[in-house]
Design a protein around this ligand. Structure first.
Ligand code: GLN
Length: 494
């Protein structure tokens, strides 16, 4: 059951082959067994989850079920959920119990889905390995010595280890797609503005976007049907007609123009990852796709631009955590200023402090033009690169991450090496475009263990349904997305 698609689970629930309470309990049992080792969840509340499951069973019995009614979903701990501890992976919010629901949470509630728990993440979503979490790292279910990627590392490990039916994540520079690549599942970052950011703790507001993390493209489509939609409480939420993201899943791919940016296959890409990606692209040719070489000339500037703009926005967003308006307050201090300083010094971890320092610096009067303004101008050029590219192709493909999962501890002391993890994903966020990563195969890690590799698919604005179609067709002729790690070092529950 733990490996079933969302559609299959929905059918089993509808036919009363299983109840939502049973299904939820099964996942909770599996979490009990695996979580002490993997650390994917940082808040669980069995009573709350089971109460939702009970309500879902009543709704199913009444014949008013929606497609995800009764299905247990893990929620990244960046989303406020009423009565749930919502920490954003930080000591700053370690005791914060949300008094309201994020839009994403209320959408899942309305659909009748079960909130299975809150998942671990890099502190304030800053990181690519989940090692900046105040609540400790998360282990990659494929190899416990390696990281799951970040910042949505808990959701990633929970999906990969089948500790949930599906999960949510957020992607500011790659935090859905890079962990999807490193843990071997399907993750989608929608077009900026498609999913409301209301109640989602802000990191870099012009880049943050929530999306589904699931086993397959079809599962992601069903989740998008719940998550997407206009919300007047987010001023950047887009007012568009409701879409059915499953509508194009079965279209054939004949004549699909796939653009391969030459900059994505240059120095810095692991040779084994490149091989897996090339094999996946060859599969697309068999499915009728036509390959077009394209160029995204400003790709190399996306990391420096992001690490000016994201910290600038973060330094402003995080100013609210001062121990008065929000967040941890130091126990001892001499005066007001001392209280602010001590509260922030104690509440934030090193990576968050680094970003606040960078952000404050690039926004300061003397440096604004040289850094922030310049970065905004290059951001426009990056978006224009994509605009030009999409004149010649329908989707863009390439690697999602430059390597397979790396060892825990390998990059923590080298921020630049860590930042380079997002070299293929960040430009999409800067342009506001949708991107996804799908399992495309495995490559042997340094110690011989097979590690997942993701293929990235980037689409034009609002082209999520087409991207899901492109991913789904590949998943009809390959089975990478059905593979799950052998967790035989632990007692299997399922
Ligand atoms: N790894 C990137 C960072 O550290 C992106 C994180 C994200 O997408 N939230 O900022």
């Amino acid at each position: 059951m733990i490996n079933c698609s969302l559609k299959a689970l929905g059918q089993m629930l509808a036919k009363k082959q299983v109840s939502s309470v049973e299904l939820t309990q099964e996942f909770l049992n599996r979490i009990d067994t695996l979580n002490p080792e993997i650390n994917a969840y940082i808040a669980l509340d069995k009573n709350k989850s089971l109460a939702q499951a009970k309500a879902a069973d009543i709704r199913i019995a009444a014949g008013s079920a929606a497609p995800l009614t009764g299905i247990p979903i893990a929620q990244k701990d960046i989303f406020c959920a009423t009565g749930w501890k919502t920490t954003c992976g930080s000591k700053m919010l370690a005791n914060f119990v949300a008094p309201y629901d994020a839009h994403v949470i209320s959408q899942f509630d309305a659909a009748g889905a079960v909130n299975l728990g809150k998942t671990n993440m890099d502190e304030f979503a800053m990181g690519s390995s989940n090692e900046t979490s105040y609540f400790g790292g998360v282990k990659n279910p494929w190899d416990f010595t390696r990281v799951p990627g970040g910042s949505s590392g808990g959701s990633a490990a929970a999906v990969a280890a089948r500790m949930c039916a599906a999960a949510t994540g957020t992607d500011t520079g790659g935090s859905i797609r890079q962990p999807a690549s490193l843990c071997g599942f399907t993750g989608l970052k929608p077009t900026y503005g498609v999913v409301s950011r209301y109640g989602m703790i802000a990191f870099a507001s012009s880049l943050d976007q929530a999306g589904p993390m699931a086993k397959s493209a079809e599962d992601c489509a069903l989740m998008m049907n719940v998550m997407a939609g206009f919300d007047e409480r987010d001023s950047t939420s887009l007012q568009r007609d409701k879409e059915d993201y499953t509508r194009d899943l079965n279209k054939p791919l004949n004549g699909l123009r796939v653009g391969l940016p030459k900059e994505f296959f240059a120095d810095g890409l692991d040779a084994n990852v490149a091989k897996v990606v090339e094999t996946a692209i060859a599969e697309y040719k068999k499915l009728g796709a036509e390959i077009v070489e394209i160029s995204l000339p400003n790709t190399g500037l996306s990391i420096p631009v992001y690490y000016v703009l994201a910290p600038a926005e973060a330094s402003s967003n995080l100013s609210r955590y001062d121990g008065v308006r929000y967040g941890h307050r130091a126990a001892e201090y001499t005066d007001l200023m001392d209280m602010y300083c001590k509260s922030r010094a104690e509440g934030f971890g090193a990576e968050v402090k680094r970003r606040i320092l960078i952000g404050t610096y690039v926004l300061s009067a003397g440096y604004y033009d040289a850094y922030y303004l310049k970065a905004q101008q290059i951001r426009r050029l990056i978006a224009q690169d994509f605009e030009e590219a999409f004149k010649h192709c329908d989707v863009i493909m390439g690697p999602a991450a430059p390597s397979t999962a790396f060892k825990a501890g390998e990059k923590v002391d080298d921020p630049v090496a860590m930042y380079l993890q997002d070299i293929y994903t960040i430009s999409t966020n800067l342009a506001g475009l949708p991107g996804m990563s799908i399992p495309a195969g495995f490559s042997a890690g340094s110690d011989g263990k097979a590690l997942p590799v993701g293929l990235q698919i980037i689409g034009n604005y609002f082209d999520e349904a087409r991207m899901l179609n492109v991913a789904h067709q590949y998943q009809q002729v390959t089975d990478w997305h059905t593979r799950m790690p052998e967790l035989n070092t632990l007692k299997e529950v399922a």
